[in-house]
Write a protein that binds this ligand. Structure first.
Ligand SMILES: Nc1ncnc2c1ncn2[C@@H]1O[C@H](COP(=O)(O)OP(=O)(O)O)[C@@H](O)[C@H]1O
Ligand SMILES: [Mg+2]
Length: 225
């Protein structure tokens, strides 16, 4: 993984959500922390091209997130802060298949891939369920299957344990720890990021710390306190 921010910044109208910053991200586990509204989601969405930079550019493995937007979307999976907003089809199995159908794969291959990913996460029983009837933890797992089935190299999780009970939180934490993909995890759940190699702290749209987890989390506690 090689993500480069080259003086990339984002304004929404007159409001600057992210001041221009330059950095390179190569670590396999990267955390993103900061107060509400500090620019975390904007930063993360720049990486898969859901948000376009107002200034500068963002390049992922040599692909520009504006010029090569389609390829970048295939490379970088994103699980939204509210995963119910990204489930498109009512039945979990169909939703997981959706991204593969869009790529034109044949039915036998799609069926095998869908059952394979449900099995990989131990949630085969969710395949026939209605997405809008799932609990928060189940929904997070279904969204994870829908995104990972297409084989992205990089996965961004935006507050994945937000609103989960302790059991589902533990399940999501265990699942995250087991993923071979490169991960960028935005979270207020600081223990989730404890062993991450690198944690970025945002404040008011500015990157104010870029350090191993313990150091960045300590800075965050100072800033919030
Ligand atoms: N689509 C948008 N239009 C206008 N302002 C936005 C939009 N998205 C985010 N913002 C603003 O940009 C700032 C950063 O938001 P965001 O990146 O969502 O922060 P965080 O994820 O840290 O809570 C906030 O002030 C927010 O209100
Ligand atoms: Mg956010």
């Amino acid at each position: 993984m090689d993500i480069r921010f080259d003086n990339a910044g984002v304004d929404y109208g007159k409001r600057t959500a992210l001041f221009p910053l330059s950095l390179a991200l190569k670590e396999r586990r990267i955390g993103v922390i900061g107060l509400n509204g500090s620019g975390k989601t904007t930063f993360a969405r720049l990486i898969n091209g859901l948000v376009k930079p107002t200034t500068g550019r963002v390049v992922v493995d040599g692909l520009d997130t504006v010029g090569d937007a389609g390829k970048v979307l295939g490379k970088v999976g994103y699980i939204f802060q509210s995963p119910q907003n990204q489930i498109i089809l009512p039945i979990v199995r169909d939703d997981i298949a959706y991204g593969l159908k869009a790529r034109g794969y044949d039915k036998a291959m799609i069926d095998a891939a869908v059952e394979g990913i449900l099995g990989r996460f131990g949630v085969s029983h969710l395949g026939s369920r209605r997405a809008h009837e799932l609990s928060g933890g189940e929904l997070q797992m279904a969204a994870l299957c829908s995104v990972l089935v297409t084989g992205p190299d990089i996965l961004i999780l935006d507050e994945p344990t937000n609103q989960l009970d302790l059991r589902n939180r533990a399940l999501v934490q265990k699942t995250i720890a087991s993923l071979p993909e490169n991960l960028i995890v935005i979270s207020h759940d600081l223990p989730l990021l404890e062993d991450f190699e690198r944690v970025l702290l945002f404040d008011g749209g500015r990157l104010v710390a870029d350090a191993p987890a313990a150091e960045a989390i300590a800075r965050y506690r100072e800033l919030a306190g």
